[in-house]
Design a protein around this ligand. Structure first.
Ligand code: CUA
Length: 364
């Protein structure tokens, strides 16, 4: 466990302190925990990324939004400077001076040129903003998938992400692997967004803007990372108790690395005889009703696919790092790690939990 992970643990247990006057400190601990998690997570990848920010785009749709935001901010800054400049000028130039009498200043009503100016100028500004925003929206929405595009179906669950690669026969959770794009070899990923329960929102600021996942509706969007690395994001639509623990991790990999990941994910689960006891236990209790382990009788679909659980760095959609100790804590009582999580505590004996953790540890 890295020092970042330990601080993460320390900070996340601080979150469970009694509420009250310590609220502000608890909140700071949560923000600190998030920062540490992000830094620790980025450090593990060759190309560390700073905090997720729309001002640091790495994908064409994000760049489109970034450019638009600079224009909008520039126009707004201009309006701010003009308006506050005029206010300050009026306060200084027309202030009450000693020797002024108490007479009312001249009262002027109606000036066609001034009224026309303050109607037309805002109208033109809003019209320009409308045009550039529409242009950006259409540029992102109407982009046609090039031949090398990858298709992924993203399914929002309370509170985790399911990723299905229909053309590759892969199902995974919480960590989205995509190929890196280059000008000579464009490999964008087109996302089909669905939800099985409530509204969620897919948002990885450095790759694209927010797009909602709505029950009984299909939305689409796309990302195209131009550099390898880990891009983090967050569900951006309040979806219940654990909305804040519905973190997004997009791992952009060079083609060879991505192809190796695909090959590993398509393989059936490792069948290690040394953990037969754990596997038998996993298959004899309710685990298999919700989780799938490829190549075994476990084929539940309510929870994340565990066939290659060990290829993921976190559990519980980023609620904890994927270490044996955290897995043990999670299986013992998911509610302690992620209050409100829909996975029940199976009430297993410590010895049984150790066997299940050992089994899960072989699912590379
Ligand atoms: Cu899912 Cu908020």
């Amino acid at each position: 466990m890295s020092s970042g992970d330990r601080r993460w643990k320390a900070a996340s247990s601080a979150v469970r302190l009694p509420q009250g006057w310590r609220g502000v400190r608890v909140e700071r601990a949560v923000i600190g925990a998030a920062l540490f998690e992000l830094c620790a997570a980025s450090a593990a990848i060759a190309q560390p990324r700073p905090l997720p920010s729309i001002f640091d785009p790495f994908s064409p749709p994000a760049t489109e939004i970034y450019t638009l935001s600079l224009l909008v901010l520039g126009i707004c800054a201009g309006i701010f400077v003009v308006v506050s400049g005029l206010i300050i000028y009026c306060i200084v130039a027309f202030r009450r001076r000693s020797g002024d009498d108490d007479r009312e200043p001249p009262q002027i009503y109606g000036s066609n040129p001034i009224e026309l100016a303050w109607t037309m100028i805002p109208f033109l500004i809003v019209f320009v903003l409308f045009l550039v925003t529409t242009r950006s929206m259409l540029a992102v929405q109407n982009a046609a998938p090039p031949p090398g595009a990858l298709n992924v179906t993203v399914i929002g669950h309370q509170w985790w992400w399911e990723y299905r690669y229909p053309d590759l026969g892969i199902v995974t959770a919480n960590e989205l692997h995509v190929p890196v794009s280059s000008p000579g070899n464009r490999r964008p990923t087109f996302l089909r967004l669905e939800s099985v329960d409530v509204a969620h929102s897919f948002w990885v600021p450095q790759l694209n803007g927010k797009t909602d996942l709505i029950p009984n509706r299909v939305n689409t969007t796309w990302i195209e990372p131009l550099e390898p690395g880990l891009y983090v994001g967050q569900c951006a639509e309040y979806c219940g108790t654990q909305h804040a623990h519905m973190l997004l991790r997009v791992i952009a990999q060079p083609t060879a690395e991505f192809d190796a990941w695909v090959a590993a994910q398509r393989a059936p689960a490792v069948d290690d005889p040394s953990v037969a006891a754990g596997r038998a236990l996993f298959q004899s209790v309710a685990c298999l009703n919700c989780h799938r382990v490829g190549g075994t009788v476990a084929d539940g679909v309510f929870g994340p696919d565990l066939t290659h659980l060990m290829s993921r760095a976190t559990i519980g959609a980023g609620a904890a790092p994927n270490t044996p100790a955290d897995l043990r804590a999670w299986i013992t009582d998911p509610d302690q790690v992620k209050p409100g999580a829909l996975m029940p505590a199976m009430k297993l004996a410590p010895q049984q939990i150790a066997q299940v953790v050992a089994y899960l540890g072989t699912l590379k």
